[in-house]
Write a protein that binds this ligand. Structure first.
Ligand SMILES: C[S@@+](CC[C@H](N)C(=O)[O-])C[C@H]1O[C@@H](n2cnc3c(N)ncnc32)[C@H](O)[C@@H]1O
Ligand code: SF4
Ligand code: SF4
Length: 357
């Protein structure tokens, strides 16, 4: 049954994308909010510059988080997904309390983690917090993962964290565990083995992401030419994504990306310049991000549309500033339109109809 639902969801995604992409509809009420909890990180990954940030924001504290969540709930009820972003979210000392508060309000919560500081005690707290889902970043098997993540024990920490969460699990409230893999030159030949690893760990599924220019780094439109992790052999990587599309057919519920996503990856790896110049970004049409001081942004590269602790969030969402930002967004020529936050309301309806959890 699960598999049949996944097949229907996959077919509908492709069909509905085609229809809605051209209409560029701004959701009346967005269904995804990204809340930053920290800029700090305990790893020094080679494909991410977040840890190099010179001007870091203060971590989100519990009192501010409560106010932000209350403002969101007043506007959206609990009918949205709250994704906690970082840095490494678990470095925030108030993080568990913040998740619990969102959970008490009935909000579905999600986060990505490098697992590095998750020990048995923290795993117990995560389970108790009511976190809905957690994505562990796995960028290869041990050798490749440890290389790109810059720490020899970082792969082992993932295995341990999954194990702790699975062993300490109590009933329905345990978070669903997923793996998130960034496809790069460092690992594209290993995709099948990474899927096998995910299955062996008994996680609920795996999501792939294409390599982007280093987060928080300087941007150049031909970034891929000088990025050491950009797949060197175009033909080989395209072939491997084709195989991944076939695997999606066989395991539609375990591989989370839609066929539509995977075809986009193929086009992107085949011709990044063409892809980033011709695809339309729709970030900020169904989602937004909030920083640790309550500033609302539609795209992380753009200025704030206002502070939702000082102004009405709904008015900010529908403001002239927001619509000016959206005009820029649809013309943007960067590649991050491939990231999962670039979703459409219609796709979120599908996610509700066919939830992961
Ligand atoms: C910025 S991290 C923050 C959460 C956590 N520190 C982690 O690594 O999972 C969020 C996600 O972005 C991914 N990421 C980092 N650098 C990337 C890049 N250059 N391109 C695509 N994804 C990237 C990470 O692998 C991770 O899954
Ligand atoms: S990808 Fe995650 S773990 Fe790695 S440096 Fe960036 S924020 Fe830290
Ligand atoms: S592609 Fe979209 S998300 Fe990326 S910088 Fe441009 S507007 Fe922002």
């Amino acid at each position: 049954m699960h598999k049949i639902k996944a097949i229907i969801k996959n077919l509908l995604t492709e069909f509905l994308y085609k229809i809605q992409k051209n209409r560029q509809v701004v959701a009346n009420k967005p269904s995804d909010v990204h809340l930053s909890v920290t800029d700090n990180c305990c790893l020094r990954c080679k494909m991410c510059d977040i840890w190099k940030l010179k001007e870091k924001q203060k971590d989100l504290d519990y009192q501010t988080a409560k106010k932000i969540i209350d403002r969101l709930v007043k506007w959206l009820d609990n009918d949205f997904q709250l994704t906690f972003a970082g840095g490494e979210p678990f470095l925030n000392k108030d993080f568990i309390k913040i998740i619990s508060y969102a959970h008490q309000k009935g909000i579905k919560t999600s986060t990505n983690s490098n697992a590095y500081i998750i020990n048995k005690a923290l795993a117990k707290k995560i389970i108790k917090s009511g976190l809905t889902q957690i994505f562990f970043s796995v960028d290869g098997l041990a050798k490749e993962h440890n290389f790109i993540r810059g720490r020899q024990d970082s792969f082992q920490k993932i295995v341990e964290a999954i194990d702790y969460l699975q062993k300490e699990k109590v009933g329905k409230n345990s978070p669903k565990i997923f793996i998130n893999t960034v496809i790069s030159n460092n690992n594209y030949q290993l995709i099948k083995k990474i899927i096998y690893f995910a299955k062996k760990q008994k996680v609920s599924g795996i999501n792939f992401q294409a390599l982007m220019p280093n987060f928080a780094g300087d941007y150049k439109s031909d970034w891929f030419k000088s990025n050491p992790f950009w797949p060197k052999d175009k033909k080989k990587v395209v072939k491997i994504i084709e195989e991944l599309i076939k695997l999606k057919k066989k395991q539609p519920d375990f591989i989370l990306n839609s066929t539509h996503d995977l075809k986009n990856f193929m086009n992107f790896f085949a011709d990044p310049k063409l892809f980033q110049e011709t695809e339309t970004c729709l970030v900020g049409f169904n989602n937004f991000m909030v920083d640790t001081t309550g500033n609302m942004r539609l795209c992380y590269e753009m200025g704030t549309v206002g502070n939702l602790l000082k102004e009405n969030p709904e008015k900010l969402w529908k403001s002239k500033t927001a619509s000016m930002h959206r005009k820029k967004i649809v013309k943007c020529k960067r590649p991050c339109k491939l990231l999962p936050c670039n979703n459409l309301q219609i796709i979120n309806w599908l996610k509700k109809l066919f939830p992961l959890n």
